[in-house]
Design a protein around this ligand. Structure first.
Ligand code: UT7
Length: 347
């Protein structure tokens, strides 16, 4: 877009930049659900050799939520979905498609999305899961947007949901202090009067897949007595390598998303980064040029909830008045794969 073109409100027409061929896509309602049980740093001190001081200073996390016995990822997802539908004023019968982003599906198949479809009574909806680890919610938003833009669907329910407590090695202090359970959901429709999702960019680097993974349980290493003995069904992570890549990738994805919309950070009301580590959030926020007040953080309460992280944070930011109608919101994520992404939403 040339400098001589007129600006549209507070920023120039982002759709020209993003090659918007079809309909725009709005987030018409969000919701989240966190299980009741709280696991504090003091609780973890009794389980592994760690301390509240170490966890707080190295990560910023004070507590996390843990699903109840028998409570599954699809239960968390369905609870978040019901709240998002209520906030949107949309019924389950109106949903055309359900996309669940998760690395902790209830089972290999059927998909968690199919289980959610049954639980919320979305009988007309097609349903599938999407796996992009902690970046899953932004990947799912972008996929949903394509269905709405192309007129293939009118109403899409996007959910990020995780029961990470089921794949955390509770004997490994390097990882068990970091993660928590929860779910966040968004209802997407075309609303002619508002822009909604302005852009979403995604990236991946499969060469770093082993840095953060669950080695067993798939076709590469099916469950066996040996895989259980070696604790291969739990999260393995090289924390330092992940940290370094997370800062770089979130920064460049955030910059790319703003560039596509021809906006700068001063026009963004709220930055919602993946909630993995306060030091990563601070580094990304500072390098993007955001003030502390612009950056939304709820990590201290929930830890890293992977695909649910920014979905829960978006819901809390809206409910807490950190985001109002017409505000620009920047989401930035990073996760296993490696995967990353960023999205700009006009709320
Ligand atoms: O969601 C996907 C994205 N995930 C992330 O972005 C996570 C990225 N990584 C991180 O957040 C950080 O790397 C960690 C929080 C995982 C670790 O922090 P760090 O500052 O990178 O620590 P470190 O790995 O360099 O370990 C420092 C020390 C080690 O001891 P030695 O080898 O120096 O003696 C660890 O054994 O801290 C030790 N340590 C712990 N000590 C007490 C590791 N975990 C703990 C613990 N309590 N829970």
């Amino acid at each position: 877009m040339s400098d001589s073109q007129p600006s549209h409100g507070r920023f120039r027409n982002p759709r020209a930049q993003h090659n918007f061929i079809g309909r725009t896509c709005s987030i018409v309602g969000v919701g989240s659900y966190l299980p009741e049980r709280i696991l504090t740093n003091a609780d973890l001190e009794k389980m592994v050799e760690t301390s509240d001081d170490w966890i707080t200073s190295r990560t910023g996390i004070k507590e996390r939520r843990i699903a109840a016995e028998g409570e599954t990822t699809s239960d968390l997802a369905a609870a978040a979905a019901r709240r998002a539908l209520e906030n949107a004023g949309v019924t389950a019968a109106e949903i055309d498609l359900i996309i669940v982003a998760t690395v902790t599906p209830d089972m290999a198949f059927p998909s968690t999305a199919c289980l959610v479809q049954e639980k919320i009574g979305a009988t007309r909806a097609a349903a599938f899961d999407l796996e992009a680890a902690c970046s899953g919610f932004i990947y799912a938003l972008e996929v949903a947007q394509q269905f709405i833009a192309s007129r293939s669907c009118d109403t899409v329910l996007v959910i990020g949901a995780e029961k990470l407590s089921s794949i955390v090695d509770w004997q490994d202090r390097n990882t068990c202090v970091l993660f928590g359970d929860g779910a966040g959901a968004a209802v997407l429709q075309h609303r002619p009067e508002s822009h909604g999702l302005l852009t979403a960019c995604m990236g991946a680097d499969g060469s770093k897949g082993r840095v953060l993974c669950v080695p067993a349980g798939g076709s590469a290493c099916p469950a066996s007595a040996a895989s259980l003995d070696q604790r291969l069904h739990y999260i393995r992570m090289d924390g330092r390598e992940t940290f370094k890549n997370a800062v770089q990738a979130m920064l460049s994805a955030g910059r790319e998303a703003m560039k596509r919309c021809e906006i700068d950070i001063s026009q963004v009301r709220c930055v919602i980064p993946h909630q993995a580590n306060q030091r990563i959030i601070d580094a990304v926020g500072e390098r993007l040029g955001a003030t502390k007040e612009q950056v939304f953080v709820n990590l201290q309460k929930y830890g890293n909830t992977s695909a649910a992280s920014v979905a829960i944070a978006l819901d809390e930011a809206v409910a807490g008045g950190h985001v109002s109608r017409g505000d620009l919101v920047l989401l930035v994520v990073f996760g296993g794969g490696f995967t990353w992404g960023a999205a700009v939403i006009e709320w």
